[in-house]
Design a protein around this ligand. Structure first.
Ligand code: XIL
Length: 362
């Protein structure tokens, strides 16, 4: 088997010794385009395949709207259910854009993954001025109001998003998060409030850079959710964002081991924000997209092999609209990154054939 990653695997990456890098499994494979949509391929496997969708684009781009409805059987609101969008003023809720996404999903027989109730970003200024009991109560009120409004309309919630620190990945965020004022118990409170408001929704903890066992953040997330379960806090799953950086790919075996240990706790695992920026992949565009397809193929293969890896969602629909075009998120090296399965003209890239191949067992 050719070794993948061109020696660019992260020296910090965990996993068993000698494990292959993500993307090496499909190396050299030509992914042949086939008929049918991604969602048909996913339905055949009893899985969800999703994309982050923005209400604004549904309104102003008919081709985007058609593509999203045709190819995906679940959507995540990219921004329209975040705190700043839903409770810009304390106690005044604005659900218009979220409702629009729910309606679109219903019209297209798609599910909705709610994103996200408690995050340290996308907060209106009023939240950051609170502390102590007022802050805790505001959080609980927000979780209950938003989860109640969308009750029966979202099948899952990313209840708490990105609680773990980057600079000190064995602990929770500190100064950069308003929630640190409450101590770790805010996470328990958020999950309990969400369960109370919508007992049917699956409740997830969601984070990035926690994909592979052996990385500090993965272990912290594992211990965090294990602690929640031990304390009887209601949680059903972990979202692995999978915002990959091809220069530092997590090892395939490490990801598999991490998913397996989370499943062994009784949890579901979803890949929630998948994208593969190609800016730093060597070669011409065709070579970059081929390598992207290999990486996507490996992730789908390992998810399809694990029945509790029930959903994979991309962080967008088309390369035309991706958060990685925004200069403030240029942290994957020089672009352009073209990180999604459909190109800027809405055509299927090699990654689409790779996904179908994985669903077909190839
Ligand atoms: C990003 C959106 O894509 C951007 O449009 C927005 O400006 C910032 O947030 N992790 C998450 C997502 O959980 O909510 C983030 O989405 C990307 C990183």
């Amino acid at each position: 088997m050719p070794s993948g990653g061109d020696g660019k695997t992260d020296p910090l990456a965990g996993g068993s010794k000698g494990s292959s890098a993500l993307g090496s499994g499909g190396a050299g494979t030509t992914f042949v385009p086939t008929e049918g949509s991604l969602r048909e391929a996913a339905d055949g496997n009893g899985r969800l395949i999703g994309a982050a969708v923005a209400a604004g684009h549904l309104s102003d781009d008919a081709m985007y709207k058609a593509l999203a409805g045709r190819e995906f059987n679940v959507l995540t609101p990219e921004n329209d259910m975040k705190w700043a969008a839903t409770e810009p003023t304390q106690g005044t809720y604005t659900f218009g854009l979220g409702d629009l996404l729910v309606k679109f999903a219903q019209n297209n027989n798609m599910r909705v993954r709610g994103h996200t109730l408690v995050w340290y970003q996308a907060l209106p200024a009023w939240v950051t001025t609170l502390s102590g009991d007022q802050l805790r109560q505001a959080m609980i009120d927000h979780v209950k109001a938003v989860a109640s409004h969308f009750k029966g309309k979202v099948y899952a919630w990313d209840v708490v998003n990105e609680a773990v620190s980057d600079s000190s990945p064995t602990s929770l965020r500190d100064k950069d998060s308003v929630w640190s004022k409450l101590g770790p118990s805010y996470i328990d409170d958020a999950f309990r409030a969400a369960r109370e408001a919508d007992p049917e929704a699956k409740l997830f903890y969601n984070d990035y850079d926690g994909e592979a066992q052996g990385r500090p953040k993965s272990d912290t997330i594992y211990n965090l959710v294990k602690g929640l379960l031990e304390r009887g806090v209601p949680i059903d799953g972990v979202g692995l964002q999978m915002h990959l950086d091809p220069r530092y790919l997590p090892p395939t075996d490490g990801i598999r081991q991490n998913i397996d240990r989370l499943v062994a706790l009784g949890l579901e695992v979803n890949i929630t924000e998948f994208d593969v920026p190609v800016g730093q992949i060597p070669g011409d565009l065709a070579a970059k997209f081929q390598r992207q397809a290999e990486i996507v193929h490996d992730v789908f293969k390992l998810c399809v092999a694990q029945p509790k890896c029930s959903a994979i969602t991309f962080w967008g629909v088309t390369d035309k609209y991706t958060w990685l075009k925004d200069p403030q998120f240029m942290f994957r090296g020089m672009g352009p990154h073209y990180p999604l399965p459909f190109d800027e003209s809405y055509n299927a890239k090699p990654a689409v054939a790779a996904i179908k191949a994985a669903f077909a067992g190839n």
